[in-house]
Ligand binder design. Structure first.
Ligand code: DQA
Length: 144
């Protein structure tokens, strides 16, 4: 089962950036843990700070992969183009956030992406990604 974890802007700085909000682990190191935890999944990881590159990646995998776990970072709250891309593809997308966006600034309470996603997981630290993968692991393709 091919699953892509897609991270948006500034998430390349996980482990360095605002540690009190996002923790001190890099995504690359957490991704190694995820690969061990889900050996039956063909997990891949991609990060970009650029909106168009994220859109290209959604188009590239969005008609063949079984699932996408997407942290759009700040684009979550602003991007019509990314919401259109999620609407356009066939692969189900789960929106994830490390922090609880509802406990933060009001502008983070709105997601442009959520209406076109299977669901949203927010506030569980890096474990938000693991919870999303558990959904894809447990659901039969028809149920996703
Ligand atoms: C974030 C929350 C966003 O509001 C913020 O812009 C991020 C990270 C999170 O994972 O908590 O860059 O998506």
């Amino acid at each position: 089962m091919k699953i892509l974890i897609l991270n948006g802007p500034n998430l390349n700085l996980l482990g360095i950036r605002e540690k009190s909000v996002y923790g001190s682990e890099s995504f690359e190191s957490y991704f190694e843990e995820l690969k061990e935890a889900f050996p039956a999944m063909e997990l891949s990881y991609f990060q970009s700070n650029t909106e168009g590159v994220l859109i290209d990646k959604l188009h590239e995998v969005g008609f063949s992969y079984k699932g996408i776990v997407f942290n759009g970072g700040a684009y979550t709250h602003t991007s019509v183009a990314l919401s259109d891309a999620i609407k356009a593809i066939e692969t189900p997308v789960i929106e994830v956030h490390i922090s609880n966006v509802y406990a933060r600034d009001a502008f983070r309470h709105k997601s442009m992406l959520a209406p076109f996603c299977k669901g949203v997981i927010t506030g569980f630290g890096m474990e938000s990604y693991r919870l999303a993968l558990q959904y894809f692991e447990r659901m039969k393709p028809k149920q996703i």
